[in-house]
Design a protein around this ligand. Structure first.
Ligand code: GLN
Length: 496
């Protein structure tokens, strides 16, 4: 079979089950593409060639024995390198965890494995998932497959780039303030941030514990839906996981959007929104209306406070979560021949990069005695107001539609020296995390010839009420179908 790397996960599985191709052939096609292209993209931090081949052969043998095949049977998957995989190194893009090999699998990883997935490798990320461009990785940035001079977004930039460049059919990411959706938008793939608690976070290295969620990135809404059905569900290892039954997310996709009510928040359409993003959104609104949906303007009045609120809550939680990296349990130890304090300071001073240190300082300050009420406490109160905005909105509409990112992919180096500019990448994504809502980013167009860089993907975001992943995905499937960008691939030549 030709072009195995371009087939969707569902198509790959079907081809294996019909005996048209072996899992080994699928894996070889992906491994050789990774070898040809990844030296330039740097989507992967590590590729487990031997493990992937062994697993492929085991699945092919299971097939010959006519054993039942899971929903991701034979599907090549990439994993963000902040998820624990037994025996693999898990670095979080940080020197401080270099060499750390977790003795267990994250629940999300275990579920994919049980569903028949083959793991190809671990993908690049901003250090500890802190960033919006993958440039904060201690191991060098990932490049956007649509334009190698541009960032893939972040922090799951490696996962988004790998899926977009056909170096994996599906990838896992984590989303604390947009890290699945924003890179998905900038790389032209689908990204799902589930409801807080929908997917177990056992084995995900914690960043902001009241915000973090794991979710899939895929080239089609259907693949993302199939993966989410595998990932979702309660887990005794994660007390924040919810017990509600998991629907078959793929089932609802064909239903269309007739009768669905969309809200377009005026706060998500600021005057400085990139005109190409605005254009894609307007075209999408017209198509949804033509399909029988209603789209009306709504207001989420506390939106302007979302970024400061997020950067207080996320940094506070990060400063607490990252206290455990002290050279005692994980990673390399520095200055261990002196006293304990010197060892801590040397290990953390050398192990963490500048953005992670900035976050620890900010968070420690926001939580410090005398300031905790003025900063962290106030942020929590604004968080309740943001929640109220959405409660109000969902009285009148089923879903909220808006841009995922205020602009298409930006140049590598363009924002990395100005943290505030980088933080503004997340204006439309952080609220779903603060409020715990599900959100899906779906490709909805490309920049036109009027743009400085034509042909860059544009993503739109659908946000739903708690546990309304099925509704978000159904809307995303309609956008995918009517905005007609499915199947378009970045033109990548192998490394010369
Ligand atoms: N870009 C945001 C940040 O740097 C979001 C990161 C994330 O979702 N992990 O905090």
């Amino acid at each position: 079979m030709s072009d195995l790397v371009s087939l969707s996960a569902t198509a790959l599985r079907a081809a294996v089950l019909q005996g048209e191709v072996s899992v080994r052939e699928i894996v070889e096609a992906h491994l050789s593409r990774i070898a040809a292209l990844d030296p330039r993209l740097h989507a992967y931090l590590g590729v487990d060639e031997a493990g992937a081949r062994q697993r492929a052969d085991a699945l092919d043998a299971a097939r010959r024995r006519r054993e039942p095949a899971g929903p991701l049977f034979g599907v090549p998957v990439a994993l963000k390198d902040n998820l624990c995989v037994r025996g693999w190194e898990t670095t979080c893009g940080s020197r401080i965890l270099e060499g750390f090999r977790p003795p267990y699998d994250a629940t999300a990883v275990a579920r994919l494995r049980e569903a028949g997935a083959v793991f190809l490798g671990r993908t690049n990320l901003d250090e500890f998932a802190m960033g919006s461009s993958t440039e904060n990785s201690a191991f060098g940035p990932t490049r956007n497959p649509w334009d190698l001079s541009r960032a893939p977004g972040g922090s799951s930039g490696g996962s988004a780039a790998a899926v977009a460049a056909r170096l994996a059919a599906i990838a896992l990411g984590s989303d604390t303030g947009g890290s699945i959706r924003q890179p998905a938008a900038l790389c032209g793939v689908v990204g799902v941030k589930p409801t807080y608690g929908r997917v177990s976070r056992y084995g995900l290295v914690a960043f902001g514990s009241s915000l973090d969620q794991i979710g899939p990135l895929a080239r089609t809404v259907e693949d993302a839906a199939v993966a989410l059905s595998v990932l979702a569900g309660s887990d005794p290892h994660d007390s924040t996981s919810v017990a509600d039954p998991v629907p078959d997310y793929a089932e609802a996709l064909a239903r269309g959007v007739e009768g669905l009510r969309f809200g377009l928040a005026r706060e998500y359409l600021p005057p400085d929104l990139d005109p190409e993003v605005r254009g894609a959104l307007e075209r999408c609104v017209a198509r949804l209306r033509a399909e029988g949906a209603s789209v009306e303007e709504i207001s989420l009045p506390h939106t302007p406070h979302a970024i400061p609120t997020y950067y207080l809550v996320a940094t506070s939680e990060a400063s607490s979560n990252l206290a455990r990296y002290d050279g005692v349990k994980y990673g390399p130890r520095e200055g261990g021949d002196r006293d304990l304090r010197t060892m801590y300071a040397a290990t953390r001073g050398r192990g963490f990069g500048p953005e992670v240190k900035r976050r620890i300082f900010l968070g420690t300050f926001a939580l410090s005695s005398g300031y905790v009420e003025a900063y962290y406490g106030r942020a929590l109160r604004v968080r309740s107001l943001l929640r109220r905005d959405f409660d109000e909105a969902f009285r009148g509409v089923d879903l909220v539609l808006g841009p995922t990112s205020p602009f298409p992919a930006f140049r590598l180096g363009e924002k990395v020296d100005d943290p505030f500019q980088m933080y503004l990448c997340d204006v439309f994504t952080v609220t779903a995390n603060l409020v715990g809502l599900p959100a899906v980013s779906v490709p909805a167009g490309f920049t036109s010839d009027r743009h400085a860089a034509p042909g860059l993907p544009i993503g739109l975001q659908v946000i739903g009420p708690p546990l309304a992943e099925a509704g978000c995905l159904r809307a995303a499937a309609a956008i995918e179908r009517t905005c007609g960008v499915r199947g378009r691939a970045p033109a990548l030549a192998p490394a010369g």
